[in-house]
Design a protein around this ligand. Structure first.
Ligand code: PML
Length: 250
């Protein structure tokens, strides 16, 4: 689902589910698009596409942890340290964080998808800098729902926003060309974001921006040695389902 109002991106959501759940999931997405904190949508596009279940791979979610911070400045410092721990260069990180905070689309607003940033050169690699790269075709494996909700409910996090972001980050981190992801929401009333990587997991940070700000989005730090087109194709089209993280706890 994608929704917008004029040129303004309002929201987007992805599901990969059994046909029997389609109507319920579609009406949930419509509800969210119509009552969104970024404003109500004027245009809502819903695309439904069949997938062959036999071609869908299953992987474990990244391990999840939460870093409590006092304010967004401390949150961004924490994000920079977590990104450095994945081996990224500090000046590249500073530049990336300020791009996301300033509005990375050519018009200075938010993008519909993610920025792809070359981790060596700092170059932006997405062909269309308003659209970015939309990660799609991923969800929780149906039998794993109960276990995942149980794990999250111990931290009062069992809600669609956390689950969807965790699933998306786990799909992104599953590709070896991706070193890390930085994300914070573009919803004015949601301040939590994360740094995610295959190396260190899904690391939530409780405040990454000022309350009321509509600036946010995602940056994927990449080394697309095996080819950019193939990486973008997998991010946008490869169907993946996720089970609970392997090992103890979340
Ligand atoms: C979003 O929904 O716009 C991104 C939310 C990222 C953080 C979700 C979480 O609280 O783990």
């Amino acid at each position: 689902m994608r929704s917008s109002r004029g040129e303004k991106h309002i929201s987007g959501a992805e599901r990969l589910l059994d046909f029997a759940q389609l109507e319920e999931a579609a009406s949930g997405m419509l509800r969210r698009a119509l009552r969104h904190p970024r404003g109500s949508a004027e245009t809502i596009s819903l695309t439904v596409e069949a997938q062959n279940l036999a071609e869908v791979k299953t992987k474990p979610l990244l391990r999840l942890m939460t870093c409590e911070v006092a304010d967004w400045q401390q949150g961004r410092q924490c994000a920079a340290e977590l990104l450095e721990a994945t081996g990224l260069n500090p000046s590249l990180i500073r530049e990336a964080v300020s791009q996301l905070g300033a509005g990375p689309s050519p018009t200075g607003g938010v993008m519909r998808g993610a920025i792809l940033l070359d981790a060596d050169t700092g170059e932006r690699l997405e062909a269309d800098q308003s659209r970015g790269v939309r990660v799609s075709r991923m969800d929780i494996e149906p039998d794993a729902h109960r276990e995942i909700e149980r794990l999250l409910s111990t931290e009062s996090l069992a809600n669609p926003r956390v689950i969807e972001a965790w699933v998306l980050a786990s799909k992104v981190a599953s590709y070896r060309e991706i070193i890390a992801e930085l994300c914070w929401s573009d919803d004015p009333d949601y301040l939590t974001g994360y740094v995610a990587s295959a190396k260190n997991g899904y690391q939530r940070i409780t405040r990454l921006k000022e309350s009321g700000s509509e600036m946010g989005g995602r940056i994927f730090f990449v080394r697309p040695a095996a080819g950019l087109a193939s990486l973008i194709d997998k991010l946008e089209h490869e169907p993946l389902l996720f089970t609970a993280p392997s090992g103890e706890g979340t």
